[in-house]
Design a protein around this ligand. Structure first.
Ligand code: PEP
Length: 251
């Protein structure tokens, strides 16, 4: 069965609740005919309104992080239960900005992934190399390590529900997009690791996004590649017009 594409917006630390409501209202009619799954990952403060406003539409709502513990003395953190409770469906895990600035590691990514799955959230797990790692020629090994570490202890039945986002760090927010060949090669490596860890049917059904300066002009080319099943979109997800053009990309 062909894999359904999935386009997710990562709003990062942008948009107040009021601004988010405006953007969502603009977006709803623009993406209603999408053939792809559409997800918006808003800041925590906009999630409640986002879920309410998108009810009955084809837009699902995601968070940008969770804590791996169920509850307790973790000041400033948000649990999976809290997200599920208000109707959030997806959660980004291990974004490179969280790894770089907030201490996320392969180990915490694994813990967060297992927590998200156990609570019924759909994780979008990020991996990807730095420019230095690409130049050293260690991209494939790095991605293999990140995927193996992230999925350690995850059962086959659960693994296929995970979305993986390949995001080369050098392409995030820089305007430098990976070529569609570079992006597809990395997504292929990820699919091979999933096949090694699980089986061919899991590898064939798992969805792998590309992320890194994807926009309305380059989306169709990237999404035409056989191993790229969608996009995780940062900057270009903050404008309804631009994001909807990616969602409605020409096949
Ligand atoms: C991201 O943050 O996940 C991302 C891909 O950002 P941008 O599209 O702005 O490069």
């Amino acid at each position: 069965m062909p894999r359904k594409k999935i386009i997710a917006g990562n709003w990062k630390m942008n948009k107040t609740a009021k601004e988010a409501k405006k953007l969502i209202k603009e977006l709803i009619p623009l993406v209603e005919k999408s053939k792809a799954d559409v997800v918006i990952c808003t800041p925590f403060t906009a999630l409640y309104d986002a879920v309410r406003l998108t009810k009955g539409t084809n837009i699902a709502v995601g968070a940008q992080n969770i804590h791996f513990e169920e509850k307790g003395a973790y000041t400033g953190e948000v649990s999976a239960d809290m997200l599920v409770d208000i109707g959030v469906k997806y959660v980004i895990i291990g974004h490179s900005e969280r790894r770089q600035y907030f201490g996320d590691t392969d180990e915490t990514v694994n813990l967060k992934l297992k927590t998200a799955l156990s609570k019924g959230l759909i994780p979008i797990v990020c991996c990807g190399e730095s420019l230095q790692q690409r130049e050293l020629g260690v991209t494939n090994e790095l991605i293999r390590t990140q995927i193996k570490a992230a999925f350690a202890g995850v059962e086959k039945e659960q693994a296929k529900n995970v979305i993986i986002a390949y995001e080369p760090i050098w392409a995030i927010g820089t305007g430098k997009t990976a070529t569609s060949e570079q992006a597809n090669d990395a997504c292929r490596v990820i699919r091979c690791v999933i096949e090694e860890m699980y089986n061919k049917s899991t590898a064939d059904s798992i969805r792998i996004q590309y992320g890194g300066s994807m926009n309305a002009s380059n989306a169709a080319e990237l999404l035409s590649k056989p191993d790229i099943d969608g996009g995780l979109i940062g900057g270009a997800s903050l404008k309804a017009d631009e994001f909807s053009k990616i969602v409605n990309y020409r096949e």
